[in-house]
Design a protein around this ligand. Structure first.
Ligand SMILES: [Zn+2]
Length: 99
């Protein structure tokens, strides 16, 4: 993890109060990239980050960013509509640039 990666993760977790935004678990929140970090234009955008506990990051079948991305995105749209709208704009720009 680079210095820039750490700074991004710290900024995301500080914004979210160092807890999972879904269940409020405070034990070891992860900073998750909503648009995958391989898309360099969004890699260090704090609005592309969200704090999740390991369960909601990786493991939960119904609601985790990696194990059920569609469930996670529906949660995001319902609970953080401004962030969801922003992510849609950025993702469309990324897709358009690859046409
Ligand atoms: Zn959680």
């Amino acid at each position: 993890m680079t210095k820039e990666d750490k700074a991004w993760a710290n900024a995301v977790k500080t914004r979210d109060g160092w807890k999972c935004v879904i269940c409020a678990e405070t034990n070891r929140p992860n900073a998750h990239h909503i648009i995958a970090r391989e898309n360099h234009s969004a890699k260090y955008d704090i609005h592309n980050g969200i704090s999740l506990c390991p369960k909601h990051h990786f493991f939960c079948r119904q609601l985790s960013a990696h194990n059920n991305p569609m469930g996670f995105l529906i949660w995001l749209e319902r609970n953080r509509p401004d962030q969801f709208s922003y992510i849609k704009v950025i993702m469309r720009e990324i897709l358009n640039a690859k046409d």
